[in-house]
Design a binder for this molecule. Structure first.
Ligand code: HEC
Ligand code: HEC
Length: 429
């Protein structure tokens, strides 16, 4: 943690940190726990089809690794029940107060393929009570709530939720709504922008009113993955976990050279999984528990994420003629391609950018200032149609807003027609 030259904002952070230090969300800071972390991070080179770890594997081995990674991404809690059950007591709130209607209202999704025919019929004919928390427990028992892993025991013949934990899919998967709103087939890698993680955490009976106020202020589709490190609160949008193959700078600020770097950070520091994360640039060293449930899973987890391609724009969702004109604007008048270059539309592999290159800056506190690099990565744009709002803070509601913001801030002098064409092109990527 930073101690030198505290700015007012940092002092505020310090105060928040002190509150946290006495709070259930505190984590253990142990200096110098590198060990297994370095071994795993060192073992796989940059993520991508060209990486050494995957390049040598046979196709069958690679497919097995990806399949294993899918299970981890969807169902593995890394032992984070220690945080979500033992500390935050979320199992108590869920059992007492979270019926399926409430769960869907905070953006939780239900995997329709995990529902047996009888349950499907019951939902359809109204005999399954969607206003009863017991139904939520039943859904958890079926492993049907995306990203939430429940352990259900039986007490006097009645199902009882004894443990609950979260998985990567909570934030980085959604469903296709094919059964009903919020209920359908899983779409892994698609950010769940309906999810309100802050409001969910704020349900914990273990938090103080002041802490609940902070979490409730984050809003839908956003999370602050640095809050419990620096005590500052300014959330970012949940990004996609697809379309990252070949990109060797991970996160909005390019903190890691490969996905596994951030996967370790999130699973340990945010989710509360059992293992270690060390980041000298942030003076951060966190260890949970005595058994490492994270390191051995990182190669498969990364392989799965790299297998997730960005979804192509749906047919008919953009005007192809206008998009073709917009491509010319993107490449010439708009100067977009000077940073959004190559197949993934980012120069991330060759450089990061000063904070001022983000159209969301200046902001207080600057998200870049809280990161390991203090810079921003040019965002990859494949599948960008899918995940409004835009920029790390979600400040641009639509791709039209993005195009207009660049035009104004960079004084590009584009006509209204050119701005509209540029937006159509972005919708097509
Ligand atoms: C509570 C919500 C939440 C959970 C759970 C979560 N993430 Fe994230 N994830 C985020 C947010 C917010 C960011 C943006 C952070 C940033 O870029 O600075 C992010 C960023 C990422 C990125 C970077 C994407 C990019 O464009 O570089 C990857 C990869 C990722 N998460 C994977 C995972 C994996 C794997 C897990 C499970 C171990 C996980 N996340 C769990 C919210 C979450
Ligand atoms: C100087 C480099 C640079 C130039 C030029 C540039 N961008 Fe960006 N772009 C970035 C960076 C850095 C980000 C990440 C900003 C953030 O999240 O705060 C970004 C983010 C975006 C996003 C948001 C993606 C998301 O996932 O939220 C879109 C869309 C985008 N740029 C489109 C454009 C268009 C269109 C142009 C041309 C008018 C353009 N960019 C010009 C560097 C650049």
């Amino acid at each position: 943690m930073k101690a030198e030259h505290p700015h007012p904002a940092e002092l505020q952070g310090l105060a928040a940190r002190r509150r946290l230090a006495a709070s259930p969300l505190r984590f253990m800071l142990i200096a110098g726990t590198v060990g297994a972390a370095a071994a795993v991070l060192g073992a796989c080179g940059g993520g991508g089809s060209d990486n050494a770890a995957t390049g040598t594997a046979s196709a069958a081995e690679q497919a097995a690794l990806v399949a294993q990674g899918q299970q981890i991404f969807r169902f593995d809690t890394f032992g984070d029940e220690a945080q979500w059950t033992d500390t935050l007591r979320m199992h108590e709130v869920i059992s007492a107060a979270v019926d399926p209607v409430t769960a869907l209202s905070v953006g939780l999704k239900v995997d329709a393929e995990a529902l047996p025919a009888a349950v499907v019929a019951g939902i359809q004919n109204g005999t399954v009570d969607l206003k009863s928390p017991a139904t939520t427990v039943a859904l958890l028992k079926l492993n049907a709530v995306v990203g939430v892993k429940g352990t259900v025991g039986t007490v006097n013949g009645v199902d009882k939720l004894t443990h609950v934990g979260i998985t990567c899919a909570l934030c980085h998967s959604t469903v296709d709504n094919s059964f009903a709103a919020g209920i359908g087939k899983r779409l892994d890698g698609w950010p769940n922008r309906d999810l309100n993680p802050g409001a969910i955490i704020a349900l914990s009976p273990a938090l103080t009113p002041a802490q609940k106020l902070v979490y409730n202020a984050w809003g839908k589709g956003k999370f602050d993955p640095r809050f419990n490190v620096d005590g500052l609160s300014k959330p970012v949008v949940i990004p996609p976990a697809y379309g990252l193959n070949g990109i060797h700078r991970i996160t909005f600020t390019g903190d890691g050279d490969e996905i596994a770097y951030w996967n370790r950070y999130v699973s340990v520091v945010e989710m509360g999984g059992q293992g270690s994360m060390t980041e000298p640039r942030l003076n951060l060293s966190v260890t949970h528990g005595t058994v490492d449930l994270v390191s051995s899973k990182l190669p498969a987890l990364q392989a799965y994420q790299l297998s997730l391609a960005a979804p192509p724009a749906p047919a008919g969702s953009f005007d192809a003629v206008a998009a073709a004109r917009g491509q010319l604007v993107f490449e010439s008048g708009g100067k977009c391609a000077s940073c959004h270059s190559g197949a993934t539309f980012t120069d991330a592999n060759s450089r990061l950018h000063p904070p001022g290159d983000s159209m969301a800056e200046p902001e207080t506190p600057s998200y870049a200032s809280r990161s390991a690099t203090k810079q921003y990565r040019t965002s990859p744009l494949r599948g960008v149609w899918q995940h409004a709002p835009y920029f790390h803070d979600g400040s641009a509601a639509t791709l039209g807003d993005v195009a207009q913001t660049y035009n104004t801030k960079l004084q590009l002098g584009l006509t209204a027609q050119e701005v509209a064409d540029l937006a159509e092109y972005l919708k097509s990527l």
